[in-house]
Design a protein around this ligand. Sequence first.
Ligand code: DGY
Length: 320
Amino acid sequence: MKKRIYITRRLPEEAVEPLREHYDVSMWEQEGESVPRDVLLEEASSAHALWTMLSDTIDREVFECATQLEVVSNLAVGYNNIDLNAAKEHGVIVTNTPDVLTETTADLTFGLMMMTARRLGEAERDLRAGEWKSWLPMGYVGMDLYQAKLGIIGMGRIGEAVARRARGFDMEVLYHNRTRRHESESMYGFTYAELDELLAQSDFVVVLAPLTDETRGMLGAEEFAKMKETSIFINVARGEIIDEQALYEALKSKKIWGAGLDVFTKEPIDLDHPLLTLPNVTTLPHIGSASIRTRLAMMALNRDAIANVLEGKEPKNRLT
Ligand code: DGY
């Protein structure tokens, strides 16, 4: 009998098709909807492999009911949605999709910085709504990226790719990270800073750290108060790293100038969320890695990892 692979979202057939000859593959077919919890548990109970999304909670309960499960492959570089300890205890291999999304996510980070600093979303919305009445000398004026100081919190692969782009804008780059990146510091010319120093000096504070017990809630009222009144806060990592209420208050009271957010504590964000009432916030629906080439490359990593584990071979990007 063929081993079973369950995919928690509808994926393009070209990404899945190579698995069909050797495996029994099924997926949650409802376009635009996460798999309901009861369906996930039911499917997991007979699956040998789960191909999961960052929006799925793969916790101990899943591993406990998934008695035949050999591998969980997550379509994301982040894996905070998966209980790795429970996976290890149940002998399940977990993999993710690093590297292939680095440049695409760095592009989006820069795009969001630009969009927020130069008020691009607001300007486009106004034009479409017929609000563009005349050219105004101080209409839609924003902040410059060129020669600004960029502070990156979490200097991993994506942070480094953002810092490389910043050179083209003649920006000075500070970073804060758990471990110093001595080699990259000299190679790319960025400077290590303590968190307080980075917050106090940067024109753009960009969060790119993974969500861990250490980073959860690391940026709140105290941290936003240390930022400059002209500064812009950007989060493309995970919503839970910041205190959203504190960010709202910092923006509302103009303690900081603006924010660009690709990620939220609750996704999708509720439409009555206070952050969405502010004109100085730019929001995107978690699209950091969303280019066609990158998403297909991420899917290829998942597909190969699943096939390798099910064939008893070592997969790439193993987390457990
Ligand atoms: C990931 O893959 O973890 C990122 O959030 C993509 O945007």
